[in-house]
Design a protein around this ligand. Structure first.
Ligand code: ARG
Length: 427
């Protein structure tokens, strides 16, 4: 056995004697909640106290004694719930709204935009997000800076470059061939794909993203067109799962969705063209559906002004209504729908606007909140960390003025944000 050297033992004894190692000395905070929501059951309890110790929740209840002189945060007139989560964002992006601005910005400049975007996202109450697709591992850098406490932002699970076929939705197809434009995640054929997954893992991604169909915001791709063969999709999933990474597949068209589900992906992004059989398949395979049903409105009202080309506006017109019908059908049939907004299409920080649309298209307010908490936590495999206000989990706590169960739009103006025991917003 490798015992610590005597001086180290002595040091440990001294530290313990002075209580440096004792958790009891970590700062305790008592959050008084006017109303506290149990997102799992939908139960609301009034006048609750959340005892936070360090970055974790220590205890929750109505009869917790607050010691004299303790640090108290009074949210006695607020509705308190766990921080919400967005499973589909693109935070690494410049702040300019014009469609082609990314072509003229260096990756470094875009990453600075990312620093601003993650703070806006956090202040909107989103304490955990997935970033699905970023070149140059910019999202890895951002996640690490947030985790190190250098930059305010949500907990991030990041994919790095999204995998895709040459010329597909995950490639860059704007410029003519003499520019040799090509996205970082392009890989064709099972072995090239496996190598790309390994490379992403090597450079620190948490999950793998790939494009299984064409998309709205790419040149020359069709929504209904599948991208990758079944064999290629299986290679992605097998390699990713071998490394303990979950897989998110961008897919609008029905065939691409079915291929991706059968190949074993963990979530379908967009999931626009669903039918009964595809929903049944998703339920059977336990595939989550992350459906971005707010951004249609933003693109249709602001897209032209922002310089979105006609080809892409046309595709948005094709898909918006269908996707919302699919959402309603998926909810009615009990599919596992999580909260994913595709923030980046619309300004970061407006993520919460999607809640009202999820309710308009078939969810109860509680279901919409569950999609953004417990269901998203399960997709991330972070159920032991986030998604509920319970002892042992991170103290990711937000508050709104009024009950979202009665008026879901209050989720668009979150007034208090705590992440990991630290307060980022209060009024
Ligand atoms: N990133 C997606 C794509 O380009 C966005 C789709 C947005 N539209 C929608 N109705 N969800 O395909």
């Amino acid at each position: 056995m490798n015992l610590p050297k005597p001086p180290l033992i002595a040091l440990a004894v001294v530290l313990l004697a002075y209580g440096v190692e004792s958790p009891a000395d970590e700062p305790d905070v008592f959050v008084k909640a006017g109303v506290l929501l149990d997102v799992a059951t939908g139960e609301t309890l009034s006048d609750q106290i959340v005892h936070v110790r360090g970055d974790r929740i220590e205890a929750v209840g109505g009869d917790i004694a607050i010691p004299d002189g303790a640090n108290v945060i009074d949210l006695g007139d607020k509705f308190v719930l766990p921080g919400v989560m967005d499973m589909h964002t693109h935070v690494v992006r410049g702040l300019a709204r014009s469609y082609f601005s990314g072509l003229f910005q260096s990756p470094h400049r875009r990453l600075i935009g990312g620093v601003v975007n993650v703070e806006r996202t956090l202040l909107a109450g989103f304490t955990s997000i997935r970033n699905v697709g970023a070149g140059d591992y910019q999202d890895v850098a951002l996640r690490n800076a947030i985790d190190a406490g250098e930059v305010p932002g949500p907990r991030m699970a990041v994919s790095g470059p999204g995998l895709g076929i040459t010329g597909g939705h995950c490639d860059s197809n704007t410029l003519n061939h003499s520019f040799a434009q090509r996205s970082d995640g392009v890989a064709d054929g099972p072995w090239a794909i496996r190598e790309k997954v390994r490379e992403n893992v090597k450079y620190g991604v948490d999950l793998i993203k790939f494009c299984a169909t064409g998309g709205v915001f790419s040149k020359g791709t069709k929504l209904g067109q599948r991208q990758y063969t079944f064999e290629e999709m299986q290679a992605i999933v097998d390699e990713a799962h071998m490394h303990g990474r979950r897989v998110a597949a961008h897919a609008h068209g029905n065939e691409g969705i079915r291929f991706a589900i059968r190949a074993g992906v963990d979530s379908i992004e967009h999931a626009s063209y669903l039918d009964r059989e595809t929903i049944r398949l998703a339920k059977q395979h336990g595939t989550a559906l992350s459906m971005d049903i707010y951004n249609t409105e933003y693109t249709l009202s602001e897209g032209e002004k922002n310089g979105v080309p006609e080809e892409n506006l046309d595709k948005e017109l094709q898909v918006g209504t269908i996707q919302r019908e699919s959402f309603r059908m998926a909810v009615e049939r009990g599919a596992n729908v999580v909260f994913g907004s595709d923030a980046g299409i619309f300004p970061h920080g407006d993520n919460g606007k999607q809640f009202a649309r999820m309710v308009r298209f078939g969810m109860t307010p509680l279901e919409a909140l569950q999609a953004a908490t417990i269901r998203s936590a399960a997709l991330l495999d972070w159920e032991d960390r986030v998604g509920r206000i319970e002892p042992g989990l991170y103290a990711d706590i937000i508050a709104v003025d009024g009950s979202p169960l009665e008026d879901i739009e209050v989720m668009e103006s979150v007034s208090f944000v705590m992440k990991g025991g630290e307060v980022y917003k209060t009024d």
